[in-house]
Write a protein that binds this ligand. Structure first.
Ligand SMILES: NC(=O)c1ccc[n+]([C@@H]2O[C@H](COP(=O)([O-])OP(=O)(O)OC[C@H]3O[C@@H](n4cnc5c(N)ncnc54)[C@H](OP(=O)(O)O)[C@@H]3O)[C@@H](O)[C@H]2O)c1
Length: 266
């Protein structure tokens, strides 16, 4: 039987791409959707995709009245926490694409999911090349004690560093802390020129027209260098593919798991 999916944020940039991917997946059934501006309409009419026959509801509570197996949260940091807790109350497993949840939010969500024996899979970036970048970088950090991170994005991105760069620094810190030859505090000249310290890594954020989102980590050893880099194009297709995988696998989990590699055999 097809997994029934409720998609919150189905009319947004990332969510609409995922909705189209759901329409083409025979084993998944995009039942209800959440989005305020198009509430009351059939999602397929909004997205010009006749295979999406579910309705758009103004709130998660209304959409969850229609039974679903997996709830996908793809809205906004302000609404994500309450949507996820509400979905767990209704017995759904949850896939989280929305950024901005705090460690405290995740602790509360984890407690609720464990009480109900449900899985929550939260991925700061569903793109497969980001997942691979993270894994390869973790392996490199086990052998190489010095690295720096570059964070590339479009000129009108207001936040820095990106969630992708933050997550990378966070994961590398779990492997080890970098050991710079000259600590930043002993820099001769403006210390800002060495970037921002994020979870112990120096991160350099570049904001220029012509970039979408990219993340690069450079590892250095005497006489040799390793560069790992992810570049996103301007479509949301890579996130949809990763999210489909998360939807199919989340019911194998209990509690909160972070990162798509939780369900990939890497
Ligand atoms: N994990 C990943 O790989 C990945 C990839 C891309 C984006 N993201 C993250 O996903 C989130 C959404 O990004 P986006 O670019 O798709 O945003 P977006 O284009 O603004 O879409 C947001 C969607 O959520 C709905 N929405 C917003 N607030 C809502 C609320 N309170 N109640 C119900 N519906 C609400 C919007 O519809 P209405 O305004 O009509 O309600 C819209 O459908 C962001 O946090 C972004 O950083 C993650």
């Amino acid at each position: 039987m097809a997994l029934r999916v409720c998609l919150a944020g189905a009319t947004g940039w990332a969510g609409s791409e995922l909705a189209r991917a759901l329409a083409g997946a025979g084993d998944l059934d995009g039942g209800a959707a959440v989005g305020r501006r198009h509430a009351g309409r059939v999602l397929g009419d909004v997205l010009s995709e006749p295979r999406l026959t579910g309705r758009v509801f103004a709130s998660a509570e209304e959409a969850l009245a229609i039974p679903c197996d997996v709830f996908v949260e793809y809205t906004h940091p302000d609404s994500a926490r309450s949507h996820i807790l509400r979905a767990l109350d209704h017995g759904a497993h949850v896939v989280v694409g929305t950024s901005g949840l705090t460690e405290e939010d995740f602790a509360e969500i984890d407690a609720s999911a464990r009480r109900r024996q449900r899985g929550v899979l939260a991925c700061g970036n569903f793109a497969l090349t980001v997942v691979l970048l993270q894994k390869f970088a973790e392996a490199a950090a086990r052998w190489i004690p010095q690295w720096e991170i570059l964070d590339y994005a479009h000129d009108d991105k207001v936040d820095a560093p990106s969630g992708t760069a933050r997550e990378l620094a966070f994961r590398l810190a779990k492997v080890r802390m970098p050991e710079p030859t000259v600590p930043v505090a002993r820099t001769v000249g403006p210390p800002e020129s060495r970037g921002a310290a994020v979870s112990g890594s120096q991160v350099h954020s570049i904001r220029l027209p012509g970039y979408v989102i990219g993340a690069e980590v450079i590892f250095g050893l005497p006489g040799q260098r390793l560069t790992l880099r992810h570049d996103a194009g301007d479509s949301a297709v890579p996130y949809a593919e990763g999210a489909l995988l998360a939807i199919r696998k989340v019911s194998t989990l209990v509690g909160v798991h972070r990162g798509l590699d939780s369900v990939l055999d890497l």
